[in-house]
Ligand binder design. Sequence first.
Ligand code: UDP
Ligand code: MG
Length: 314
Amino acid sequence: MTPELSLVVPVFNEEETIDLFVATVTPLLEAIDPRWEILFINDGSRDRTLDLIRAAHGREPRVRGVDFSRNYGKEVALSAGLDHAAGRAVVPIDVDLQDPPELIAAMVVKWREGYDVVLAQRTDRSSDGWLKRATAGLFYQLIGRMSRVRIPANVGDFRLIDQSVVAALRSYPERERFMKGIFASVGFRTTSVPYSRPERVAGTTKFRPAALINLALEGIVSFSTAPLKIWTYIGFLAAIAALVYGGVVVVRTLVFGIDVPGYASLLSIMLFINGLVLIGLGVQGEYIARIFAEVKGRPLYIVREWIGGEPPTA
Ligand code: UDP
Ligand code: MG
């Protein structure tokens, strides 16, 4: 039996939320179509999350699970979910009910109208703090300028994707995965439904600020080469400025004779230019590190156990 709908749910230390999620979502799915599956990706949890997935599968075989050998991060967990979801439509969703499952019915309506991708678009971000809101806004503005891929703002991973789009997503081989960008870059007929994002029902956020900064960096470096190219222009500007200043120094020396003082200006210019060079090197390093990761071609994730059997699509 091919499920009509697959929910892909990455979970990391979510013992407090899993049962509530299954209990909330099951009747909603049942009302849409009884051919559904919930696919949990246990992203190296260190609490009872895996036991709870097993128990949920025991009670309801349409709940399945993929157990990672360690924590790989949400982006990789999502990719694994897309690799193994069998449904004709796939919905990545957070387990903490911050992606309201009531919205799935509305997404399915749009999908049946013929859209391939239905985004859940946040109408307000009041459940985020001001700092997260401000930095998120800045990030979308920056990446909008720097990348040819249009990444929609106020859209998370929560969306409905048709199986044809899932097939396209599976063909993305990269190791370093920024899913929002990969989702956006495949295109297809896209529409959205609005929603307002509630607070987490239980547990705490699994993303520390450092992880969010890394994610933003990943997005920029994976979807734009602007940070690499900008150094050509900075280099040109510095060279022109140096030429002009050199001319000034020569003329001044010819007119006024040799004048030794200038230690302070020399030192500050040197430090400034050296700083620029180091930043440029660092940016190149970011790209080289990613090339290295891609060239090694290691598997994106390692599965320790399948709960509910390895699916035929694997
Ligand atoms: N998550 C994951 N691996 C990680 C971090 C998070 O699978 O390394 C899952 C987590 O269990 C949840 C979803 O990603 O289902 C969103 O995480 P969270 O609610 O903590 O993020 P926030 O809503 O605060 O951005
Ligand atoms: Mg959350």
